[in-house]
Design a protein around this ligand. Structure first.
Ligand SMILES: [Zn+2]
Length: 401
């Protein structure tokens, strides 16, 4: 064998090993590293807090778990939320959000739309070919994954898609405490690819919430982390009307300041800010000002407080509780909820099974039991009972396809 042949053989072997690693262990290594559970600042739990925690119906406005190829029916060795951990943490309901595109070098200040990290993840996890250059297909694929997991849960996980379905879920939970639920959302309307027809397809796939933007500016409008950070485009104004008409909840997380205000002016429905911090405890470009907190309260909307360090400027349960307490002080108790950002490429102090840590931290901050009940889930449930549409609203979208 000539030297060249030996060299080619070795190169081929390296390539095969690399490809093997890329398709098998790489996604799980990345997932484990960037969706870590740190255990920092954990608190001793009082017996009274345990009693209170058991009475809560806990709901959370944002998790990005659908990105990571995990089977959420299994207790995960990585990441922060899945159905068994929800059961262990008395966590009833989770919004699962689809991420369809993020740039390389992602930061909270200024990002260009010139790269696509989700493509790598899609390739490594062997998503269908149709998802490789089509953001709408990426959203539809992530919805189909959650639908499959619901089927495989044998009735212990339910996707909630309309108001009566939520009532039925809450009723079933009184006799079936292992039942946990999910709601589908999309992070950034670039998933529409500038085509409003996709709103109907997303509705048919079970999506019930969408934000105008994610990390970069898009055809709807500016992101808080975008290059220009502008307002709504004409298409964006149409999008707000179409979302209202389609009984889809608008999520202003990640919106530029101008988009935030323009959507609040235009929308005829209350909005959420699904995962955010507050400038009052953590002053950075990711978080809401006091004025914005008041604007959401005036809209009868809901603010989900995040669990990660860019939201709280800390990394403990106490830091999260302090941000929640501050938001209540400005927006009022009815308008504050949880927006963990579990599995959103962030480190969190506890996972879904450890939510009692937050109950304890809120108690330590002086919140009453009824305030804790409201923030941990009741506010979100009431918001959804008021703002999810009836089934007929979504069926109308499907029949218009
Ligand atoms: Zn986000």
């Amino acid at each position: 064998m000539t030297r060249i042949r030996v060299f080619l053989l070795i190169t081929l072997l390296f390539l095969l090993v690399f490809i093997g690693l890329f398709f098998t262990v790489l996604p799980s290594i990345v997932d484990k590293q960037i969706n870590s559970v740190t255990g920092l600042g954990l608190l001793p739990i009082d017996s009274k807090v345990t009693q209170l925690h058991e009475q809560l119906i806990i709901a959370d406005l944002h998790a990005d778990s659908l990105l990571w190829g995990r089977d959420l029916n299994e207790w995960g060795e990585r990441g922060a939320v899945d159905f068994p951990r929800m059961r262990a943490g008395n966590h009833a309901l989770q919004v699962f959000s689809a991420v369809t595109k993020v740039p390389r070098g992602i930061n909270i200040n200024r990002n260009k739309d010139d790269s696509d990290n989700i493509l790598l993840l899609a390739l490594a996890q062997r998503w269908p070919w149709s998802t490789y250059n089509n953001l709408s297909e990426r959203a539809l694929y992530q919805a189909s994954r959650l639908q499959d997991m619901a089927v495989n849960s044998k009735g212990d996980f339910q996707i909630i898609t309309h108001r009566a379905g939520l009532k039925e879920f809450l009723q079933r939970r009184t006799t079936q405490p292992e039942l946990v639920g999910g709601i589908l959302a999309i992070e950034g309307a670039h998933a529409l690819r500038g085509n409003m027809e996709y709103l109907k397809k997303f509705s048919a796939a079970g999506y019930r919430m969408m934000s105008p933007t994610h990390i970069v500016d898009n055809a709807v409008g500016g992101s808080a982390h975008g290059w220009i950070k502008g307002g709504l485009s004409d298409f964006g104004r149409q999008w707000v009307k179409a979302m209202n008409q389609a009984c889809m909840i608008i999520d202003l997380a990640h919106s530029s300041k101008t988009v935030f205000e323009e959507v609040l002016d235009l929308t005829t429905h209350p909005v959420v800010v699904s995962h955010t911090g507050v400038k009052g405890t953590c002053d950075n470009n990711r978080n809401l000002s006091d004025t914005q907190l008041r604007q959401v309260a005036a809209n009868e909307g809901l603010i989900g407080i995040g669990f990660w360090s860019l939201a709280t400027c800390g990394d403990t349960p106490t830091d999260i509780a302090q941000a929640i307490k501050y938001a209540i002080g400005i927006a009022g108790i009815k308008h504050v909820a949880l927006g963990s950002d579990f599995d959103g490429a962030v480190a969190v102090p506890f996972d879904s099974s450890g939510l009692i840590q937050l109950t304890q931290a809120l108690k330590n901050e002086g919140l009453t039991s009824s305030q804790i009940k409201a923030v941990m889930g009741d506010n979100m449930l009431k918001f959804l009972l008021d703002n999810l549409g009836e089934e007929s609203c979504y069926l109308a979208q499907v029949s218009a396809l």
